[in-house]
Structure formats: structure tokens, C-alpha cells
Design a protein around this ligand. Structure first.
Ligand SMILES: C[S@@+](CC[C@H](N)C(=O)[O-])C[C@H]1O[C@@H](n2cnc3c(N)ncnc32)[C@H](O)[C@@H]1O
Length: 326
């Protein structure tokens, strides 16, 4: 994606900044925070931010095209209170400090109607717990869908979640002052019904499992070169390797001509999040270092650390230094 230098200011990469995000530094001020999940072309986010200059707005979106479209809207609007994150919102919320979000909006999430795709839905019990932990006490969550089955699914999740309550009706077909989105316009033109859910944080979750680690130093293992065998790395490729909380899979091993840099293409899936990245094995002098190939490529989680450690164990050899515990 090509961006002009002005646009870069609107984009935040939590993987580079670490957890918990320093929101005052990101926005250059302290103010109540509103978050939109999957902001699409940014109609809603930009309009909200324009209407409330005294608030900070953060958007999570997976699509680069959506980010580009939204940045041009932000520039046209001439506003400075919006930041965008290109990341799965489930991962993104782990980076936010506890009790830091006043309001979250989720408008027309992809419904994934097929049974085998349902697990791709962002909304589930675990996400509602995470969202509650990042929301201020009494903060709000707005969920909007046109999809009958997703509505039923969401209602059931909220009924079961101890962290969220509602006032009045469980859902409504109108919500005064709720702004437009591209999908809202489309569905209304097609005569579809739109369901609005408003939830209020009732209980603060305690002891939630923090998937993303607070990283001061990148995870690594340094081995003694004597006794290691790089050929063994090939044995890691293929099968799913289960660990408590997730699965690791190594897809391929790439070696440079000199044979002193080896890359392992790795996938780690845990807590509903999948990250694909490269682990680097570097042979230098009498030492071999195993670490992430590129710093900003991946959020450091329990599973990512596990994947690095497994590579080191496969190589064999004596561990000289590591910052990865058991
Ligand atoms: C159906 S569109 C709705 C867009 C917008 N909210 C609207 O109403 O016009 C769903 C959007 O959510 C984004 N999305 C899907 N899963 C996501 C996730 N896990 N985290 C962040 N964004 C996501 C998609 O890229 C897409 O732009």
C-alpha cells in the first residue's frame, strides 16, 4: 500500500508499540476513546469523529483498500482525532489497556452464514469478555446487523455473558441518531430489516488470559553451534503441533546459499487468532540464534514464543541464553 507522508500519521501498528498501547502518546492527548470494529469505507467512523472532536476514535480493519478509502475521507474532513489499525480486531483489543474504551461499534460484521465458517465470526463469548475488560465501567457496545441468524446468535451470546446488560428492548429496528454506513444504505435500499443492539458493561472480568505478551525484548534462543543439526528442521514441516491453548504449524524451510540463514514459515493459531510469520535461524561464529525474522511482523503471544522454542529444541545443542521461559 502506498501512502503519502501525511497519511502515515493516521496509521498505528500496535505490534511495534507493544502492549498496553500508550493511547495518550498515539493521539497526542487524553480523551475518551471510541472504537469501531471493521469500519469498511469509513463513513461511520469519520462522521462520528467529526461530530465529536473532543473524543478520540480508533478503528480496526483488515482490508488495505478500506484503510486507503478511510484515510482520504479523514484528510478531506481535516480531522486529527482518528487513528486506524490494520489488524484483526480480536488481536487489536488485546493491545488496549484495561478500562480504556468508552464506546465500541460493530456495524454489519461479515455474517459467515455457512455452518463450517461460523467460527470465523468475531463475536463469541471470549471476545465479549475481552471487550468488557477493555471497556470502562458503564461503557457501551453497539452491534448492528441485517442478518436474522447473526441477530439470534448475538442475542444468545449476550444473554449468556455475565459482563454485558441491556436496558429496555433486547434489540430495536430503529436507533435515532445512529449514522449511515455503506451497508446500511445498501440494505435499506433493498428493503431489509436492520437490528440495533445496545449493551452496557455491567461486570469487569477478572483474570482474563492475556494472549499478547508485554514485550521488553524480542523472544530468542541462543544455542552453542557445536552439536546442532539444521537438517532436522525439515522434520518440523507438515503436521499440526498442539500446545495448551493452540496449534503450531511449520509450512516450509528456506535456506540461503551460504547455509547460515534459515527461515521457517510458521503459523500459530490460538484463542481465535492466527498469525503467519517467519522464524529465523542465524548461524554466526560459535553460536546459533533463533528469533523472529522481522520485528513488526507478528504480535508476541504465548504460541509465538512456543514456536521459536520448538525450533531451538529441534536443532539440539546446548542453550547458551534465552528469554523464553517454560
Ligand atoms: C460487511 S463489512 C461492513 C463495513 C462497515 N462496517 C459498513 O457498515 O459499511 C465488514 C468489514 O469488517 C472487516 N472485518 C472483518 N473481520 C474483521 C476483523 N476480525 N477485524 C477487523 N475488521 C474485520 C472487513 O474487512 C469488512 O470491511
Amino acid at each position: 500500500m502506498r501512502l503519502n507522508s501525511e497519511a502515515v500519521n493516521y496509521i498505528v501498528d500496535p505490534k511495534e508499540l507493544g502492549r498496553p498501547l500508550d493511547l495518550a502518546a498515539i493521539f497526542g492527548r487524553e480523551a475518551p476513546l471510541e472504537v469501531e470494529i471493521g469500519f469498511g469505507y469509513g463513513h461511520f467512523l469519520v462522521r462520528k469523529a467529526k461530530e465529536a472532536p473532543e473524543r478520540n476514535f480508533l478503528g480496526f480493519e483488515l482490508s488495505s483498500k478500506c484503510i486507503r478509502k478511510t484515510i482520504s475521507k479523514i484528510e478531506k474532513a481535516g480531522i486529527a482525532n482518528v487513528r486506524l489499525v490494520r489488524m484483526d480486531a480480536r488481536l487489536g483489543f488485546y493491545f488496549l489497556p484495561e478500562r480504556s474504551v468508552s464506546v465500541t461499534y460493530m456495524n454489519f460484521p461479515d455474517p459467515w452464514p455457512k455452518k463450517k465458517h461460523k467460527k470465523r465470526r468475531l463475536l463469541d463469548g471470549e471476545f465479549l469478555e475481552l471487550l468488557a475488560s477493555r471497556t470502562v465501567d458503564g461503557g457501551e457496545f453497539y452491534f448492528v446487523t441485517d442478518h436474522d441468524e447473526y441477530l439470534e446468535y448475538a442475542l444468545e451470546l449476550f444473554r449468556e455473558s455475565p459482563y454485558w446488560k441491556w436496558e429496555g428492548e433486547e434489540f430495536t429496528l430503529e436507533m435515532p441518531d445512529y449514522f449511515d454506513t455503506k451497508y446500511r444504505r445498501k440494505w435499506e435500499r433493498m428493503g431489509k430489516r436492520i437490528y440495533f443492539l445496545r449493551r452496557i458493561k455491567a461486570v469487569h472480568p477478572v483474570g482474563i488470559r492475556e494472549l499478547v505478551e508485554e514485550v521488553k525484548e524480542m523472544p530468542h534462543v541462543v544455542l552453542e553451534r557445536e552439536g546442532i543439526d539444521v537438517k532436522r528442521l525439515g522434520e518440523l514441516v507438515g503436521p499440526e503441533i498442539r500446545f495448551d491453548g493452540g496449534v503450531i504449524r511449520y509450512f516450509d524451510v528456506f535456506e540461503n546459499q551460504k547455509g547460515d540463514r534459515i527461515l521457517l514459515e510458521t503459523l500459530v493459531s490460538e484463542g481465535g487468532i492466527s498469525q503467519r510469520f517467519f522464524i529465523l535461524v542465524e548461524l554466526s561464529g560459535g553460536e546459533v540464534t533463533v528469533k523472529l525474522a522481522r520485528r513488526a511482523e507478528v504480535a508476541v503471544t504465548t504460541g509465538v514464543k512456543r514456536a521459536i522454542k520448538l525450533v531451538a529444541e529441534k536443532l539440539g545443542g546446548k542453550i547458551l541464553r534465552t528469554n523464553i521461559g517454560n
